[in-house]
Design a protein around this ligand. Structure first.
Ligand code: BEZ
Ligand code: FE
Length: 289
């Protein structure tokens, strides 16, 4: 029988019928049905289909050890946040909300001691970020690992501007103390545009979408016996909290970076006075045993 528009799904799903892995079989069945449905709806010309393939090829070609254009595409399409949100709905509601990983967790954060600064450049407004890692019942999680990374006050990650920032700037891997507490010094991050010099940027321009993300610090917090959480703390009052280019803001993750004018406290913490201070407690869900 000739391949036809009417029977295309049946023909292709039948070709996958012997897939032994049941999850792969389910995924391919759904992918073929939705892809063919999309094509029947959009009815691309061959030239348009080639343009689509060229776009995906350019996405792949833009990727390297420090650049992940596929994650960026997933982010601006809201796919990353949909997957995150569906994963979170399977987990306890009293744990800290998760949000996107983003494409800049591409180098290992330097191990640092509690209280260290993650900023080695020295521009920007100084801040202290502190919190405690607990279980949902408030039990502290001693020794939790807190991996943080952020953009600088101009909105760039170290890997984007290797001539301006040493690798590891804006990053730190901390270990919570015996009471689950952590604290570190940094600078208040700025809002920033996601990278627009690749095919994702071209897509945003063609759609008249802005590329900005509100100011935030990324966190991955993990401890044995708990479900790790990938999240951000957002800076209260930042621009773009209402229109994040990657749809990743959750109100429960927005914190005040409160101005502090206290020379003694600044000296105790090793910060210039005045400075800003944010508290971000993290609640981890116990892993299913
Ligand atoms: C980030 O926050 O690092 C990020 C997330 C999604 C896309 C681009 C950047
Ligand atoms: Fe970021």
């Amino acid at each position: 029988m000739d391949f036809s528009e009417k029977d295309s799904v049946d023909a292709v799903t039948a070709s996958f019928a012997d897939t032994p892995d049941p999850r792969l079989a389910e995924v391919m069945d759904s992918l073929v049905r939705h892809l063919h449905g999309f094509l029947r709806e959009v009815r691309p010309s061959i030239a348009e289909w080639e343009q689509g393939i060229e776009f995906l090829t350019a996405i792949g070609q833009k990727c390297d050890d420090h650049r992940q254009e596929f994650i960026l595409l997933s982010d601006v399409l809201g796919a990353s946040m949909l997957v995150e949100t569906m994963e979170a709905s399977r987990q306890a509601q009293d744990a800290t909300a998760s949000t996107v990983l983003g494409p800049f967790h591409v180098v290992r954060s330097p191990e640092r001691a509690l209280g260290d600064t993650i900023d080695s450049v020295g521009t920007g407004e100084a801040c202290l970020i502190e919190g405690v890692v607990t279980a949902p019942d408030g039990t502290p999680v001693p020794g939790a690992r807190i991996d943080v990374w952020q953009a600088d006050d101009h909105g760039f990650y170290d890997v984007q501007v290797p001539d301006d920032q040493p690798l590891g700037n804006g990053r730190g891997l901390f270990t919570a103390d015996d009471d689950g507490r952590f604290w570190f010094r940094s600078i208040v991050p700025a809002h920033y545009p996601i990278p627009t010099d690749g095919p994702v940027g071209a897509l945003l321009r063609a759609s008249q979408r802005h590329p900005y993300r509100p100011a935030h610090v990324h966190f991955i917090v993990e401890a044995p016996g708990y479900v790790p959480v990938t999240t951000h703390v957002f800076v209260e009052g930042s621009a773009y909290l209402d229109s994040d280019a990657v749809f990743a803001v959750k109100q429960s993750l927005v914190r005040e970076f409160a101005p502090v004018d206290d020379p003694d406290e600044a000296a105790r913490l090793g910060l210039p006075n005045p400075f800003r201070r944010a508290r971000f407690d993290v609640v981890l869900q116990p892993a299913a045993s």
